[in-house]
Design a protein around this ligand. Structure first.
Ligand SMILES: Cc1ncc(COP(=O)(O)O)c(C=O)c1O
Length: 449
């Protein structure tokens, strides 16, 4: 018989108070493997903390989402939202699956080209496209989604100089019943700005109107909001046909479908629509908008978090336990908000990575930074864990590895587990040489021996 694991004694304060109907969340079930690989082994090999991405889960999510739309609508195209996770290996999985690229900056654009995406399959979004980047995009026949009139005029003058036509769409913002409205991007539908922009494009000899785009928000929980957006874009497309005899080739409804992470303060009690329900609402709205079947626009989607969040894990280690002045237990982990940006709005599920007993304590989970804001979970019921024990943080695949900060600590490695359960480092752990490579020392500060 193996020796029982030591567990420190603890005294638990009993408190009586209001619970919501789901009670507190407790994380008792250990997660000891990811895609067949032992968590302990991953940490031994790649260090702690470490991000782990599952190729199998990404491919599954992608195929599932495509199927939801393609079974309901004849022309569907996904474009991978680079800002969600622009590690090249991750992008290439999406491109291998057939996804185009959706980028919002010059360097993302260049990454997409380097990842082998044909220019004509790169959607260039965002309010800040530099002149040199627009020239590149025109030369590569990319789909340029115009955000404001200044950009429209700049693009016209670039095309005039190049003697080339640009393939363009406009981003449209609108009232979909969700407030506050995301009206800072693109042209407004209700006040006529969108139509004015379309009139200018239709009259231009340099701009070829190809699509219409909307991204109505993020973590959207209403299928109806998408149905409204699809209807409004369809109305514009039909009006373009009627007034300018232009056939709009695609309608792009952006991203925004929620992943399954729990938003802070919702206690997991919110019922989220499924991908099929979003697909049903959107495709139904376009199909009944009045397009002749031959003119049905291609439906483009730019989902980010939906496709990658649950494919990402963060493995970490307990540094210490302590009692706070009010009696609450605090545990300090070796990962913090510097690499878990999404902990500001999600209550991430955190599982122990080794066998535990059934005792649990309400715990405040801190990161390792010497900064008061470094709180991963304000309140989570966790089993007893000692220094050196490991945890698995779930659903961290979206935005954390692009929004992570190099603040106090260096960023950890990212490891991909492929579909044959082989592991690959897809981004090395940072070191001091990497961090200092762009720094320069003025002559008067050089060290004299
Ligand atoms: C234009 C655009 N498309 C797609 C996305 C991806 O959004 P999500 O990850 O919520 O699906 C975003 C994110 O903000 C966006 O701004």
């Amino acid at each position: 018989m193996s020796k029982l694991k030591y567990e420190r004694p603890f005294i638990k304060k009993m408190s009586v108070g209001m619970l919501d109907k789901t009670g507190t969340q407790s994380e008792l079930t250990p997660v000891t493997t990811i895609d067949g690989i032992a968590v302990k082994e991953l940490i031994r090999k790649y260090g702690s903390p470490v991000f782990v991405m599952s190729e199998q889960q990404i491919r599954h999510n992608y195929q599932f989402a495509v199927r939801a739309f393609a079974t309901r609508y004849p022309k569907v195209q996904y474009a991978w939202s680079y800002k969600t996770h622009y590690n090249n290996a991750i992008c290439r999985i999406f491109h291998q699956e057939g996804s185009w690229a959706e980028v919002v900056s010059g360097f993302e654009y260049q990454k997409a080209l380097n990842n082998g995406v044909p220019g004509s399959q790169i959607i260039f979004n965002g309010p800040d496209k530099q002149e040199s980047e627009l020239i590149l995009a025109v030369n590569h026949e990319s789909l340029i989604h115009i955000d404001h009139l200044e950009e429209l005029y700049l693009l016209s003058s670039i095309c005039n100089t190049l003697k080339k036509k640009a393939r363009v769409a406009i981003r449209v913002n609108m009232d979909t019943g969700i407030y506050p409205m995301w009206d800072r991007f693109g042209f407004n539908y209700e006040n006529g700005q969108a139509w004015t922009a379309l009139q200018k494009i239709a009259a231009s000899e340099f701009l070829s109107l190809t699509g219409l785009h909307a991204h109505i928000g993020t973590y959207m929980m209403s299928t109806n909001a998408y149905a409204i957006a699809a209807t409004k874009l369809s109305t514009l497309a039909l009006q373009c046909k009627k007034e300018f005899n232009i056939t709009v080739k695609y309608i792009d409804l952006g991203g925004g479908f929620p992943g399954t992470n729990i938003l802070r303060g919702t206690y997991g009690a919110v019922q989220l629509p499924t991908v099929d329900e979003f697909a049903e609402a959107i495709t139904h709205a376009i199909l009944q908008a009045g397009f002749p079947p031959a003119d049905l626009p291609m439906l483009v989607l730019e989902s980010g978090r939906l496709l990658v969040d649950d494919a990402g894990y963060l493995l970490g280690t307990v540094l210490a336990n302590k009692k706070l002045s009010d009696g609450r237990k605090a545990t300090i982990m070796d990962f913090g908000v510097n690499i878990m940006f999404t902990s500001f709005w999600y209550d991430h599920k955190i599982s122990p990575a080794q066998e535990v007993t059934s005792f649990q304590e309400d715990t405040v989970l801190y990161g390792p930074l010497c900064m008061n804001i470094d709180v991963i979970r304000e309140h989570v019921s966790l089993p007893l864990m000692n220094r050196g024990d490991h945890v698995v943080v779930h659903k961290v695949g979206a935005y954390n590895m692009t929004q992570w900060m190099q603040f106090i600590a260096m960023r950890p490695a990212i490891v991909l587990i492929d579909t044959n359960s082989n592991t690959h480092v897809i981004r090395q752990k940072e070191d001091l040489a990497y961090m200092e490579q762009l720094e320069q020392i003025p002559e008067h500060l050089t060290l004299k021996n």
